[in-house]
Ligand binder design. Sequence first.
Ligand SMILES: *Cc1c(COP(=O)(O)O)cnc(C)c1O
Length: 373
Amino acid sequence: MTKSLNRVVVSRSALINNFNVCVRKCGGIPIMAMVKADAYGHGMEECARVFARSGAKAFGVAEVVEGVRLRRSGIREPIFILAGLLPEFFEAVIDYDLTPVLVDGEMVESLAAEADAHGKKLNVHLKVDAGMGRQGCRLSDAPAVVRRIVRRDSLHLAGLMAHFPMADDPVHGNSDRVLADFLQMANKLQRTQLKDCRLHIANSGGIFSVGGAELDMVRLGISLYGYGADGIEPGMTGGRLQPAMSFVSRVLQVREVPAGTGLGYGHLFTTSKTTRLAVLPVGYEDGYLRVLSNKAEVLLHGRRAPVVGRISMNLSLVDVSEIQEVRPGDEAVLLGRQGNERISADEIAGWMETISYEVLCLFGHCNTREYRE
Ligand SMILES: *Cc1c(COP(=O)(O)O)cnc(C)c1O
């Protein structure tokens, strides 16, 4: 099969390394590997296989459709539906043995009835809003919802969870408060209600910057893919996380233009000197967004070269005046390492004014992936 000139390369050994760094960091607390969003662009099925072999105890996705896909791929561990549940999916939840996360009491009775009808006892977790201000039931409502769940014979309350809104900001964040409020709520519940019930709150930022947040399970995403949570450098986290994704393109053409040449749509850049340009077959269609125009850098022959002019749908220009050896066919690294240079998703995120998560999803979703050891 003919391959695209743009490839996202995912390193399996980096994924395994990152999992092991996190295992050491959490001291053996069970890890739920977050593989939603196609494993942050790294490929859900492949990453889940790698993490399962490394010892992941559960997997987390957003929607039921992802859970079904994951189960069909052969994953046997519990699969949590963390965000997108509606009654129309109950049948699939039961058929595919998925673990629903309830967000209030609304669906308790209908879910219990569905489980009853199938003669099954279903593990459910309850998501509590302990300060995130997004999804879940209010802390003060949690005891009533818990009572509603434990009253049903066909449901088992297997977990209570919350989520940190500012785990990545240990200085100005509210994580200690959120953790304390969550635990206080859980402590007020009766022991009989919490039989075999796991408490979990920590994402990657939680394990690296909130003391004592591991509780009974941790839900890790970005760290497994090699990045600190937003703003936290891998170095700071004490482990050696390795970014697992690279994004590589190829040079199509090398051409020289005189001073005063307007480049591309809108002539966003005009050359001030004779300039050698490398044309790359990459554009916003590939997740290399227009906001990167005149901002991004790419690696050629192990050196940095600036993107000049407007990034278009399928083409970008790079100023290679300083790298005379560039030829058509050469590899251009947009994300990742080449020689001694590296461009990280955090750096690209800086140019885009966003976070590494978004960069990884964009590149991963828009391009053909390959896996390397
Ligand atoms: C995505 C997600 C996580 C993982 O967050 P990271 O910052 O990527 O580690 C944890 N918990 C929930 C509820 C999530 O949606």
